[in-house]
Design a protein around this ligand. Structure first.
Ligand SMILES: [Zn+2]
Length: 354
């Protein structure tokens, strides 16, 4: 039996040169191709290639050169060879298929798709917001680029007041009135009171800015939630009751709270709210610096001067305000003591909170 190479040179030669003088001799020669096809593991290019395939060569050098009356029988024989070649090739290729896709192991477990989840900081923001929404507060917002008037003056921090220095303000461009990136969410208090008569119960979650060098506990951009309640006859007891409720709702029913006297220019009296340490239950640990208490937020009764700036009559109404850092509460909630990691978006961190 002829090899494929021998068959190729045979098919490339015009039949009269091969001495195949009759149609029967030509048909019998096609039988040799059949035998080779049946024995070989055929390749598509060698058999059915459009330029050098055996079937193509036979067509060019044998069938085309044959006398007209030979052609029907020869054509039928060549067609039959072409069909068998197709079948054999299809069968060989089908057998080869599983080897080519062996990596597709259908018994392997599927790869889980990563579902999106709320960032822990935003989850804490929403949780705090929800606690106050349930108390009848509404959510308000204000501009992040503020004037000195709203950020300082209307909050009882006149030019030259030492509190301005503590705020490390980022100013925006030259000119008057001087614009700045708000250093706290408190300017929204004034804006709300200017546009709405009392009573007011509002919380303001938002982004604030200070000229700080980033480290584990500082960032030039952080988040606060501001709260303001104004009505007739509100007093310190309402403030304490509200914040006590908030602390228990956020940290758990077991926490104790205390108000520690403090100072803010826009509240009088002012206080810091402490909660009993949620890590050591008050017995003293590194987080609470062995004191058993953790500072959570600043608060106080709205200073009458602020009411006057906002157009409210301090003889008619009173109120309280409070402000807390969302990063700090996120830190306490998740014992996540590096504020930079809260911004980093590192999946190794974030996946713990899904
Ligand atoms: Zn502690």
């Amino acid at each position: 039996m002829k090899t494929e190479a021998e068959l190729a040179s045979w098919a490339a030669t015009p039949w009269p040169e091969l001495g195949l003088a009759t149609p029967e001799a030509l048909e019998a020669s096609l039988g040799e191709f059949d035998a080779a096809l049946a024995a070989a593991r055929p390749e598509r290019e060698a058999w059915l290639g459009r330029k050098r395939g055996l079937v193509t060569l036979i067509n060019q050098n044998w069938l085309r050169l044959a006398p007209k009356e030979w052609k029907p029988a020869l054509g039928a024989a060549l067609n039959a060879l072409r069909l068998r070649a197709e079948e054999r090739l299809a069968a060989t290729e089908a057998q080869a298929q599983p080897a080519a896709t062996a990596w597709e192991d259908l018994t392997l477990p599927g790869r889980p798709a990563l579902a999106a989840a709320m960032h822990p900081m935003l989850a804490v923001r929403d949780e705090i917001t929800d606690i106050f929404l349930r108390l009848g507060y509404t959510v308000a917002d204000g501009p992040e680029i503020e004037t000195e008037y709203y950020n300082f003056e209307a909050l009882n921090i006149p030019a030259g007041h030492p509190a301005r220095d503590e705020h490390d303000t980022l100013y925006v461009g030259p000119g008057l009135p001087q614009h700045l990136l708000r250093t706290h969410t408190s300017p929204v208090q004034v804006r709300i009171m200017q546009h709405q008569p009392p009573p007011v119960r509002v919380i303001v979650p938002g982004r604030v800015y200070r000229r700080d060098t980033p480290d584990a506990s500082h960032s030039p951009n952080f988040h606060q939630i501001e709260g303001l309640a104004v009505d007739r006859g509100l007093h310190l007891g309402h403030l304490k009751g509200t914040l006590d409720h908030f602390a228990r709702a956020f940290f758990g029913p077991g926490v104790a709270t205390r108000l520690r006297p403090s100072y803010f220019p826009f509240t009088e009296p002012s206080a810091e709210l402490d909660v009993s340490c949620i890590f050591c239950q008050g017995s003293g640990c590194r987080t609470c610096k062995q004191s058993g208490w953790i500072e959570v937020l600043g608060c106080g009764m709205v200073d009458p001067a602020v009411f006057r700036f906002a157009g409210y009559d301090p003889a008619e109404v009173s109120g309280f305000a409070f402000g807390m850092g969302i990063e700090r509460l996120t830190m306490l909630r998740y014992d996540w003591n590096d504020v930079q990691r809260q911004y980093a978006g590192d999946l190794r961190d974030l996946e713990q909170f899904r």
